[in-house]
Ligand binder design. Sequence first.
Ligand SMILES: C[S@@+](CC[C@H](N)C(=O)[O-])C[C@H]1O[C@@H](n2cnc3c(N)ncnc32)[C@H](O)[C@@H]1O
Length: 238
Amino acid sequence: MEDAVQPHGCERQEKAAAESLPLANEEFQPSELGTKQYWDRAYERELQFFHDSGDVGDIWFGEESMDRQITWLESQKIPKDTALLDIGTGNGVFLIELAKAGFTNLTGIDDSSSAVKFAKAIAEKEEVLSLKLQVADFLHPFPNLSQYEICVDKGTFDVISLSPDHPAERQNFYRQSLHRVLKNGGLFLITSCNWTKEELVNHFREGFEMLQELPTPKFQFGGKSGNSVTVLVFKRKE
Ligand SMILES: C[S@@+](CC[C@H](N)C(=O)[O-])C[C@H]1O[C@@H](n2cnc3c(N)ncnc32)[C@H](O)[C@@H]1O
């Protein structure tokens, strides 16, 4: 398996690797990555850099991770007009790649308005004009009830878990929102570097069942490799 360097965001795993401890033994420490201010500033900077250089910024967990998920969705023969929501879409590149793969009913939300501005600018440059991109906080009552057949999350539950402000409560709100927006039987694909598979299965046990774990690339922290990203597919239950 190839190595991909993950620059930031996997702070719990990074600490566990530095201490040679299993991830599950490591406490979640609050981090600025768990704040809206951090992402507003980060995407404001990235948008400026994009205008100057055309660079789309970080591909969270690397391109392979994104490609594998798209390949998996295609292998499931999921109809291309399936309603899909990207939770915390950031630069929107995952949705742009899904659109290039032929998916036509794609929505991305992010509570950072600069992320949505950035995603719109990239989509426009890539001439992907079909995306629905909205500023919305996933943790607050989200109006689109039972609207989506697929929800994807690449790194958003991870950063919500690093919030300095009531992280456990926010993790529970996340699960409740997910249950509200996903249709019964709908799929949830989560990519995480801060949670173990067992922890994710336990957190989402109420209302969801795990269907499958997808293979992922390894990545490095300060020269140490062997740490991995977890990608799980859940199905929404009644
Ligand atoms: C680690 S980044 C990942 C971005 C994107 N999914 C990707 O793969 O590049 C986490 C994203 O989650 C967004 N986010 C954090 N909390 C959120 C919330 N409550 N509602 C919506 N988006 C949120 C952040 O603004 C940021 O864009």
